[in-house]
Design a protein around this ligand. Structure first.
Ligand SMILES: CC(C)(COP(=O)(O)OP(=O)(O)OC[C@H]1O[C@@H](n2cnc3c(N)ncnc32)[C@H](O)[C@@H]1OP(=O)(O)O)[C@@H](O)C(=O)NCCC(=O)NCCS
Length: 212
């Protein structure tokens, strides 16, 4: 079992820490700008990942992304990790179901009750959050963030630095380009060019109290 240092100090980091501990790893501290996890030692941020290298065996990326800014922030951290050749660990929740022939890259997080079907490839630093369902023969690039309850049909391709919001659904065989933002609840039935954004119809307010 490894001594892991968590990169990120927000709410999503708590989910990553839980999975790390379920897998028997020791969480030694947090690299972050703003730490909301007072129970763990604050180890610093990007510069200290190198100077405190002896304090941990591997880094776990635990910075979430809810929009394009979040994806870009994750990309900056990933480039720092790669530039300094820092070791990372992939965490797969013991409550996830991942087919035996799935290829999982480095620095990946796979949350509780995720289902991943056969012959799928998960790129480096991909985040797949709780209860997402990923079909067979899916190809996911680097730094893709998949929110809870997303569904990807078979043979879907998602290029790097793309984000899919909660409950997005992608038809089988679709290709989604680099740096796309797929908004919550989107039904994607056509290929998306790089840097596209999709939004599904939001709910309309049907009734509101007259007194505000
Ligand atoms: C698509 C998304 C990234 C846009 O976020 P943003 O770039 O910050 O944009 P804004 O929230 O400023 O919204 C811009 C406009 O799009 C609308 N909009 C935003 N998201 C929408 C969605 N999912 N469906 C429909 N309309 C949406 C907003 O109402 C707003 O409309 P307006 O300009 O008429 O007021 C974001 O809404 C989203 O879906 N994020 C994913 C969240 C998620 O999955 N969280 C869980 C993480 S575990």
């Amino acid at each position: 079992m490894a001594r892991v240092a968590i990169v990120g100090g927000g709410g999503f980091a708590k989910e990553v820490i839980e999975v790390a501990r379920m897998l028997g790893h020791e969480v030694v501290g947090v690299f972050t700008l703003e730490n909301s996890l007072p129970d763990l030692p604050h180890l610093g941020y990007l510069d200290e990942m190198l100077s405190r290298r002896a304090d941990y065996d591997a880094l776990c990326l635990a910075v979430g992304a809810v929009n394009a800014r979040g994806i870009a922030n994750r990309r900056r951290i990933i480039e720092h990790i790669k530039a300094h050749d820092l070791p990372t660990l992939s965490l797969v929740s013991p409550l996830a179901t991942v087919a035996s022939d799935v290829a999982v890259g480095q620095g990946v997080f796979i949350g509780h009750e995720v289902l991943i079907s056969c012959d799928t490839r998960i790129g480096d630093f991909v985040l797949i959050n709780q209860r997402a369902v990923i079909g067979h023969d899916v190809n996911i690039g680097e730094n893709v963030s998949i929110a809870p309850l997303v569904f990807l049909g078979g043979n879907v391709t998602i290029a790097s630095d793309t984000m899919l919001g909660v409950r997005a659904t992608v038809r089988q065989g679709i290709c989604i380009g680099r740096e796309c933002v797929v908004g919550m609840g989107s039904l994607v039935i056509k290929n998306l060019k790089p840097r596209s954004t999709t939004l599904q119809m939001p709910s309309k307010i049907y009734r509101e109290p007259a007194d505000g």
